[in-house]
Design a protein around this ligand. Structure first.
Ligand SMILES: [Fe+2]
Ligand SMILES: [Fe+2]
Length: 186
């Protein structure tokens, strides 16, 4: 593999960065593959539930697809828990950062905040606060997040629900991640 000439960035040349840019473009093209692999890896996460977190993710994506949600929404549903493995305490925020260039701000807000909104379903059973989401009451996307949790998250632990396979969602993931449509130029 061709490599750069520098060992310290303050010695780099423009040619070095042209070379790095070519490799970076290849890396970016493989992002959908890495995300699909990350969903697949959720087949081996939290124990104790009746289904794996991968099946939960497929159930979330399938239910939102069958409800006629937009492609960005369905892909976000598929990926909403991918952060579980690396950011168990902040998994929504992690996926917010991943999704930022590729889905609308509203969908990102929903993914980012779904963790605290999910507490509505278990906070009173675990010594937590089921009304923690109330701190966001009045936010323009409060209802969107509450709806996501009600229809595509808290109810997606059903072993009898027939989800579509990951392959079904693959072309959608590739389309949504084909271009950083929402990326703000710095
Ligand atoms: Fe989650
Ligand atoms: Fe979830």
């Amino acid at each position: 593999m061709e490599t750069v000439s520098f060992r310290r960035m303050d010695e780099a040349t423009a040619e070095d960065y042209e070379l790095l840019d070519r490799y970076e473009q290849e890396m970016l093209l493989e992002l959908p593959d890495r995300l699909l692999a990350a969903v697949d890896a959720l087949g081996d996460s939290y124990g104790g539930y009746m289904i794996t977190r991968k099946e939960h993710s497929l159930q979330s994506a399938t239910r939102s697809f069958r409800d006629g949600r937009s492609e960005e929404y369905v892909v976000a549903a598929l990926l909403h828990d991918v952060g579980d493995l690396l950011a168990p305490h902040t998994h929504g925020e992690m996926m917010d950062a991943v999704l930022k260039p590729f889905v609308s701000e509203e969908i990102r807000w929903v993914v980012s905040h779904h963790g605290v909104f999910q507490e509505y379903y278990y906070g009173h059973l675990t010594g937590g606060d089921r009304n923690a989401r109330e701190r966001y009451r009045g936010h323009p996307w409060f209802d969107s997040c509450a709806e996501f949790c009600e229809r595509y998250d808290q109810n997606c632990f059903d072993p009898d629900y027939e989800s579509l396979p990951l392959d079904f969602f693959e072309p959608m993931v590739r389309r949504v991640f084909a271009e950083p449509r929402y990326l703000e130029r710095r």
